[in-house]
Design a protein around this ligand. Sequence first.
Ligand SMILES: [Zn+2]
Length: 138
Amino acid sequence: MTKMQHDKGGTNVSPFFAGLLCRCPRCGRGKVFKSLLDVAPICGACDLDLSAHDTGDGPAVFVILIVGGLAVALAFIVETSFAPPIWVHLIYQIPFVLGASILCLRPLKATLIALQYRSNVGGFNGNQNDLNNDARSD
Ligand SMILES: [Zn+2]
């Protein structure tokens, strides 16, 4: 990362790219998660304090909206095409909703962390200032 990138207010890593790959919002190389949904305390590549994030229930809300919409659309398509009994809907909907929720939750949480870092909100207020101070002292 160059000095010019620090002076622009942080990083040139896209928050959506970093979120999709679950990478650090500052360097784009370190991993955000230490397990399935636990955020690592610091980035292994650039030592960014990731414990400062505060995504709250934001990722879960987006998962509910996205996966819920897809589940309703899928049920509508199956019902209008085949008109199966209700237990058939349960057989494919339960694994679909569980699997899609787990798959979507990690990248959505990482994206919200990256957007918080980019927007200098949540607990990342001090990190951006430290980064800019480091760039000026170089
Ligand atoms: Zn990093």
